[in-house]
Write a protein that binds this ligand. Structure first.
Ligand code: NCD
Length: 345
């Protein structure tokens, strides 16, 4: 794995599979009475959020806490950023706090890249969504969800058909998913009105269609994107009703999917726009499960980027001998399925 996770393209197929397999192990931790591992004890994870977020922020916070890291949550609103403090000065403050990982969401595409390459901080940088650019951990949690529902032996997604529908132009989720799914060998079709497709989409590793009904029958997972009105400065479609009629997923369209196919949405959903309430609440819709899977996936990412190597772990143990030794009655020591890090203790 690279030191930073800025783009889904930073992940080789082996990296992505390692994250997804580690996330499976992390998910088993969530099923235990004690949902915590000592792996990142003494490490500091900063959640640096310049843009609104519900799911992603609490998911990274839960992930870091379940790995016993110290977590600092920074939100631009109410901080000195609203007094005009620059990204550089904010970064230098984080460095002074001893951050080991900085999870950053920013309204500007490229801000996490700038943070990772500027030399302002030594921490690993994880992109939690930058402008309309990328959201690699969302793509990982989506692939994790697809693997759980769709893949056969070896949890292989190759040859699976994923259809991503809607506001591709403003969607960092779509871009990261297309890149990661291509790495994993899945076939992706984007469906959107021509006005909501980015320039250069023909060079993306996917197909493009303007007709949702034509692709549903051969789809294993359909991912509905939120219409991002807050990023729209022009009229991209005639009316909301017209958009929903052509590109929204309702019960009739859902019935055209193969029986095994799932309906995905990264949230937040515009019910009645890209997805009807009936579909959103149906058992085929994995939106809530995606949130739960997000915690396991982000645990895996933080674990592999910060503490996943055995030397890092044994060094941590030598620093504070015996302070958090799991007791023999501790479920962590009893479970045979514990993540690899625990086996070194
Ligand atoms: C997405 C985002 O913020 O890019 N949501 C998320 O991370 N759960 C998608 C969106 O906002 O529509």
């Amino acid at each position: 794995m690279k030191r930073h996770l800025i783009s889904a393209a930073d992940l080789t197929r082996d990296d992505a599979l390692l994250v997804l397999d580690t996330a499976e192990e992390m998910a088993r931790v969530a099923d235990r009475p004690i949902k915590k591992l000592p792996t990142l004890r003494g490490r500091t994870v900063v959640n640096l959020f310049f843009e609104d977020s519900t799911r992603t922020r609490i998911s990274f916070e839960a992930a870091a806490k379940r790995l016993s890291a110290d977590v600092i949550n920074f939100s631009a609103k109410g901080s000195s950023v609203s007094k005009g403090e620059s990204l550089k000065d904010t970064a230098l403050t984080l460095e002074a706090m001893g951050a080991d990982a900085v999870v950053v969401r920013h309204h500007s595409s490229g801000a996490p890249h700038r943070l990772a390459t500027s030399g302002w901080i030594n921490a690993s940088v994880v992109n939690a969504g930058d402008g309309t650019h990328e959201h690699p951990t969302q793509a990982l949690l989506d692939a994790f969800t697809m693997r759980r529902h769709l893949s056969g032996p070896g949890r292989d997604l190759s040859g699976r058909h994923v259809t991503i529908v809607g506001d591709v132009l403003h969607s960092r989720v779509a871009r990261s998913n297309v890149l990661l799914l291509a790495t994993l060998g899945a076939r992706v079709t984007l469906v959107a009105p021509p006005t909501l497709l980015p320039i250069g989409v023909e060079r993306w590793p996917c197909e493009v269609s303007y007709d949702l009904d034509a692709v549903l029958a051969k789809t294993d997972a359909v991912m509905m994107l939120r219409v991002q009105r807050e990023r729209m400065n022009a009229a991209f479609f005639p009316t909301e009703r017209e958009y929903a009629r052509r590109y929204g997923l309702d019960a009739i369209r859902m019935a055209a999917l193969p029986g095994h196919a799932i309906v995905m949405h990264p949230g937040p959903m515009n019910r009645g726009m890209e997805i009807t309430a009936e579909v959103a609440d149906s058992p085929r819709c994995t939106a809530v499960e995606q949130v739960a899977n997000g915690v396991s996936t982000r645990m895996a990412v933080l674990y592999l980027m910060l503490g996943g190597s055995e030397p890092a772990l044994s060094a941590a143990r030598t620093d504070e001998p015996g302070s958090d030794e799991p007791r023999s009655d501790d479920p962590r020591t009893r479970d045979a399925d514990r993540p690899r890090s625990e086996e070194t203790k």
